[in-house]
Ligand binder design. Structure first.
Ligand SMILES: NC(=O)c1ccc[n+]([C@@H]2O[C@H](COP(=O)([O-])OP(=O)(O)OC[C@H]3O[C@@H](n4cnc5c(N)ncnc54)[C@H](O)[C@@H]3O)[C@@H](O)[C@H]2O)c1
Ligand SMILES: O=C(O)C[C@H](O)C(=O)O
Length: 329
């Protein structure tokens, strides 16, 4: 049986993440090796020519799963019939900026895009916001799309999750494949909290396996939380291939499910779990199945974790208040 292609809209298609992302979507890494896709690329007018160039290269790969590419500078066209939307297009931060500094510059992009999703996307739309500040931009897009179920708007903290996996693997010597149940809590910012207290390394509790509180507090947590800035410092540009890889992982896991006995981290609308005020888009430990996610419940949160989760959630509340003040909510 021939499957109907899935419409995948990517904004900021001519940017550096776009360039690292589109070829992997077209080759089947986003949804699966048997799922045909149609790409709908959104750019601002100045980005259209470069997006056309990328589309030419996509054509030249002759990907068997790629069933078409449309390019537009009109969100109403680009989101028409979208099943999956990757909101990447936004200005990246440069040296010395915090992601929150982008609130005003990028916030204005996500309101009209949320409205276009509301009015034109397919009923099963799933949205991942990558453009920073990702959690609050997702909130802005969600608020502009009252007809779309709230839980379809998510923000990317999978890059932080992957960074934490890699750092823990280096510390313990265990391969990444043997690490499970790691959690990123809160905002995709320097206040985020990578939590290893429930994680397992080769079947053993990770915090006990590491047994080094100083490393946890002074090395692991700041290294993961400030990795974005360290990449900007080293590359002179913000992370691109690793961000694209995390976007692929986020959507693939959302659609295809988490492995038994494991979970992942996603920025999702809070239902009030773990004391995170309802409605904030915050990162939680989640399992996924049949295209739906659920927050992992019942984890004991120690005092060390509580303080850090609360600090990140406080920042999310402040960002929400700031965009409210700008009329974006
Ligand atoms: N959540 C994460 O983990 C994570 C990781 C890395 C980067 N980011 C963020 O992703 C965003 C994109 O990064 P990049 O390195 O690809 O930037 P980039 O500057 O290389 O590309 C951004 C692209 O978006 C386009 N664009 C701008 N406004 C647009 C609009 N209204 N509609 C459609 N396209 C628009 C630009 O023309 C440009 O081509 C930045 O905000 C960056 O901070 C997030
Ligand atoms: O840090 C940034 O500004 C880019 C991105 O959010 C990252 O984490 O690499």
């Amino acid at each position: 049986m021939t499957r109907t292609p899935v419409n995948v809209t990517v904004t900021g298609a001519a940017g550096q993440i776009g360039y690292a992302l589109l070829f992997r979507i077209a080759s089947g890494h986003l949804l699966g090796a048997d799922v045909p896709v149609k790409l709908r690329l959104l750019e601002i007018p100045q980005g259209l020519k470069a997006a056309e160039g990328t589309a030419m290269e996509l054509d030249d790969c002759a990907f068997p799963l790629l069933r078409g590419i449309d390019i537009s500078d009109d969100p109403n066209v680009a989101f028409d019939g979208a099943n999956v939307a990757l909101l990447v297009g936004a200005r990246p931060r440069t040296k010395g900026m915090e992601r929150g500094d982008l609130l005003e510059a990028n916030g204005g992009i996500f309101k009209p895009q949320g409205k276009a999703i509301n009015d034109h996307a397919a009923d099963d739309i799933k949205v991942l916001v990558v453009g920073n500040p990702a959690n609050t931009n997702a909130l802005i897009a969600q608020a502009a799309a009252p007809d779309v179920p709230r839980e379809r708007f998510t923000a990317m903290t999978r890059l932080d999750h992957n960074r934490a996996l890699s750092q823990l693997s280096k510390k313990t010597g265990a391969p990444v494949s043997e690490i499970r149940k790691l959690t990123i809590w809160g905002n995709h910012s320097a206040t985020q909290y990578p939590d290893i207290f429930h994680a397992e390394v080769a079947g053993k509790n990770a915090a006990e396996a590491v047994n080094d509180q100083a490393w946890l507090a002074d090395d692991f947590i700041p290294t993961v939380a400030k990795r974005g800035a360290a990449i900007i410092d080293a590359r002179g540009a913000s992370s691109a291939a690793s961000a694209a890889n995390a976007a692929i992982d986020h959507v693939h896991t959302w659609v295809n499910g988490t492995a038994d006995g494991d979970w992942t981290s996603m920025g999702i609308p809070s239902d009030g779990s773990y004391g995170v005020p309802e409605g904030l888009i915050s990162s939680f430990p989640v399992t996924t199945k049949d295209g739906k996610y659920e927050i992992v419940q019942g984890l004991e949160i120690n005092e060390f974790s509580r303080t850090r989760i609360d600090a990140s959630v406080k920042e999310l509340s402040e960002e929400r208040d700031a965009v409210r003040g700008l009329g974006l909510l």
